[in-house]
Design a protein around this ligand. Sequence first.
Ligand SMILES: [Zn+2]
Ligand SMILES: [Zn+2]
Length: 247
Amino acid sequence: MKRAAEKGVRRLLHLLLPPACAGCEAPLSLKGGRVCPRCRTRLKEPPHPRCPRCHAPRGTGLPASRPCPECSEWPDVLIRARAAVLMAPPADSLVHQLKYGGWPELAPFIAARMARAFPRVELSAGSLVVAVPTTPSRERERGYNQAELLAECVAEAFGLPLVKALTRVDGGETQVALHRHQRRSNVEGVFRPVDARRVEVRGSPVLLVDDVLTTGATAGAAALVLEAMGARDVHLLTFARSLPGGD
Ligand SMILES: [Zn+2]
Ligand SMILES: [Zn+2]
């Protein structure tokens, strides 16, 4: 209840105060969107060289034969991950505002960056877009699921259907403070198939959409459930990517 009241106050302040950038709080002109020009140029894509599968920056001088520490333990069905930007200022503020700041109007800007990061040609015809679901209680608290807002915009940009194929059970802690191995066991079993969607998913490639990629534990758990539903392969698209070794 308290959170809902706080959200209401924040929304009211947004209406009353002059518009400010969601990345740096600089004042904005009324028709410039929610992100200032400086923040737009500060958003950086993951640097080269990158792992061909997960696009983690690999650093220079590493032998190409060395397995990527970021994705070597992902399930095989999760064949590719792409992120629009590195999780560094101002991307962290944008994600925070989208998630907790009650600013769902940031979704079109963020999703446009995501669509640019994923070459449409890498998706075959008949692909489906699926959002990583949040728990019903968190969705009630926020009033929306940020991954689904992004997935709606991405699906529209690519002209692909958005399918609600997964649900997430309540329980399981937030991943934020957990280590890699804890993250994996924390998300095991939290996703469930929506049985009515099995027919649509069977045999189709899936573009799985989330706001942030950290270790891939969440996406991996979701991808395994999609595989069990018959999905052919799963591609992951997120807005931000945490740097290897970071949280
Ligand atoms: Zn800014
Ligand atoms: Zn990798």
